[in-house]
Structures are given as C-alpha cells and as structure tokens.
Ligand binder design. Structure first.
Ligand code: HEC
Ligand code: HEC
Length: 288
C-alpha cells in the first residue's frame, strides 16, 4: 500500500483514487454523527433485551419486562368495564319506564343504544331509522306493534314472525293466492282503503269495497280501519304507508300478503344492549 497522501488545500487525507487529476478526499465523519451512531447501537441492543423484539418461528422474544400492548389494552378495557359495571347492573334491574329519570343511566343507555343500533339495525331500518318500503320508520309515532318502551323492548327482544317462541305473530292473509277474494273485489277494497285517506277516489268502487272490508278486514284492521297493535295490523287511514300507498302496491299487499320478518335479538345481544337499543328507539321522537 502506498503512503497516504494529504490534500494540499484542505489538509485532509486522500483515498488514493484519482480521475483526470481530481483526487478523492477521505473526510472523516463528524464527531456528533459518530457518537449518535454508537449511542443508537447501544440503545438498540438494550431495547432488544428489554422489549419484545425478534420474531421466532412461531413466537417472538418477550423481552425482560414482558411488555404487551394487547395486555395493556385488555387491562384498560376491564378498567372501563369495571367503571361501568354499576350502570350495566342498574340498567338490567331498572324498570324501563323509569330509566329516563336517572340522567346518568339514561345517557349511558342512549349512547350504547345509538352505536349498537348502527351495527345491528341500520341495514334494514336505515342509518337514521327512517325505514324504507317494508321496513318501518322508527322515528315517527305510527307503530305497528306499539310505541311504549315495553312494547318496543318486546319487539326488539323477540322479533316479529321470527324463529323465537315468544315472537310477535300475526299474518295478513293472501286474499288472491289463498282464493278468498276475486280480483275485482280486491281492486274495490283497495279503492276503499285509498278513499280513507284521499279525496277524489272512485266512490262506487269504494262503496263496494267497504262491504268487502267489513267482512274480511275489520277483524285485524278494526271497524274504523285504524289498525291493531296487538296484531301488527297498520292504521289504513293515516296516509302513512308501510309498503307503499299507490293502488298497485296496495292490490299486491292484499293479493299476496306480506309477512315480513324482523329478527329476534335476545339470543344475539346481551339483555343490557337490547335495553339500550330499545330506549334509544323510544327516544327518537315517536315513543309513547
Ligand atoms: C333483517 C331486517 C331487520 C333488521 C336487521 C332489524 N329489523 Fe326491525 N323490523 C324489520 C321488519 C321487516 C319489521 C316490520 C315487521 C312487520 O311488522 O311486518 C321491523 C319492525 C321493527 C319494529 C316495530 C316497529 C313498529 O312500528 O311497531 C321495531 C321497534 C324494530 N323493528 C326495531 C329494530 C331494532 C332495534 C333492530 C336492531 C336491533 C332491528 N329492528 C333490526 C326488519 C329488521
Ligand atoms: C289476520 C289479520 C289481517 C287481516 C284479516 C287483514 N290484514 Fe291487512 N295487514 C295485516 C298485517 C299484520 C299487516 C302488516 C303487513 C305485514 O307485515 O304482513 C297488514 C297490512 C295491510 C296493508 C299495508 C298497509 C301499508 O301501510 O302498506 C294493507 C293495505 C292492508 N293490510 C289491507 C287489508 C285489507 C284490505 C284487508 C281485507 C281484505 C286486510 N288487510 C285484512 C293484517 C291483516
């Protein structure tokens, strides 16, 4: 090896590489940089020893202190749970109608109800509980099965025409499919139903339909057509339509029945959650 040559101008060693008379200098790393580098090496080795660091085949090195962010998360969650335990218990024991009087408990129920509604119910009833054809609006004060907190709780808990033994039942017959009425009778009774909430319908047809209604429909929808929350039969006078208020849709409903299913939630959700959701629904505006 040749002797190290110094650059005359800067006084720095050269590497010995030279291109067309230009020489490469061998400038040393700055002190501060070198020290940072050494310190970070020492830090890294310390970190490997203390903290979980290296992946193994089916495991990893746990480190001296055995830290785990997952364990920390679980500990935090159990702390939160423990902090809420008295509320969960209070909600489980409370009469639903009395929860509102307890501001802290009611707030706990509504916030839990809101988030659980979003996860479990919004796909059918809409994100704002506004419903859509065949899925009732839960904001208004038109209730198929009753809008008291206990009614709502029962509906949510056991469902409607669900597979639970305690489910709400009640089915509108399929008047054409089951050969109970003739087609023109169905058109007449549909005309009568529409005449209850609209002016300018065909009064002759509605007159004929009124007789059919008295015979076939009042058992569930009531003599005055305002429905029955015992049987889930909607009010037909209020121009609020569950399936749709045009004549074709009404003829279809009468001809084939509908019998939509609302699932039962008691086997899927904690009773506390069912209570929270029911209180949330009840708070939306239509609660009775
Ligand atoms: C798979 C769709 C579906 C899901 C999910 C669903 N529902 Fe329903 N829900 C229905 C249908 C359909 C009805 C109407 C049934 C009928 O009476 O014909 C209904 C009816 C109701 C009623 C009765 C309304 C009234 O006017 O009496 C309430 C209350 C209700 N649902 C609340 C909920 C809540 C709370 C959840 C979430 C825990 C939920 N639903 C999830 C389909 C659903
Ligand atoms: C055995 C009880 C029962 C009888 C009888 C019955 N209904 Fe119904 N009706 C219901 C139920 C329950 C619903 C709710 C729809 C559903 O989910 O099946 C309903 C829904 C309807 C709707 C839909 C309302 C809307 O808002 O979309 C119309 C219209 C209707 N019935 C008209 C009639 C007429 C007309 C007759 C007689 C020819 C009749 N119903 C007889 C139980 C009955």
């Amino acid at each position: 090896m040749s002797e190290v040559e110094k650059d005359e101008v800067s006084g720095t060693d050269t590497t010995g590489h030279e291109w067309d008379g230009i020489k490469e200098l061998d400038t040393p790393m700055p002190r501060w940089w070198l020290w940072s580098w050494y310190i970070s090496i020492v830090w890294a080795i310390g970190y490997w020893i203390v903290m979980p660091a290296w992946p193994l085949v089916s495991d990893y090195t746990k480190g001296v202190i055995g830290y785990s962010s997952r364990a920390e998360f679980h500990a935090e969650m159990s702390e939160v749970e423990a902090g809420r335990a008295h509320l969960i218990k209070a909600l489980g024991d409370a009469e639903l109608g009395e929860v509102k009087a307890n501001a802290e408990l009611y707030q706990f129920a509504l916030s839990g109800g809101r988030s659980n509604y979003a996860v479990n119910c919004s796909q059918c009833h809409g994100s704002g509980a506004q419903g859509s054809a065949g899925f009732p609006n839960l904001n208004d004060d038109e209730w198929l099965w009753g809008g008291s907190i206990d009614d709502i709780y029962q509906t949510v808990k056991y469902g409607i025409r669900s597979d639970h033994d305690e489910t709400r039942t009640g089915e509108m017959p399929a008047f054409i499919r089951d050969e109970i009425l003739e087609k023109d009778q169905v058109r007449d009774v549909a005309e009568y139903v529409l005449s209850l909430s609209q002016d300018g319908r065909d009064t002759k047809a509605a007159e004929r339909g009124k007789e059919v209604f008295a015979e076939e429909c009042t058992a569930c929808h009531g003599d005055d057509a305002t429905g029955s929350t015992e049987l889930g039969a909607p009010n037909l006078k209020d121009a609020i339509w569950f399936y749709g208020g045009d004549k074709d849709t009404i003829v279809k409903t009468i001809s084939n029945g509908r019998a939509n299913v609302m699932p039962s939630w008691t086997d899927r959700l904690d009773d506390t959650v069912v209570r929270q959701i029911s209180l949330y629904i009840h708070s939306l505006g239509g609660g009775q």
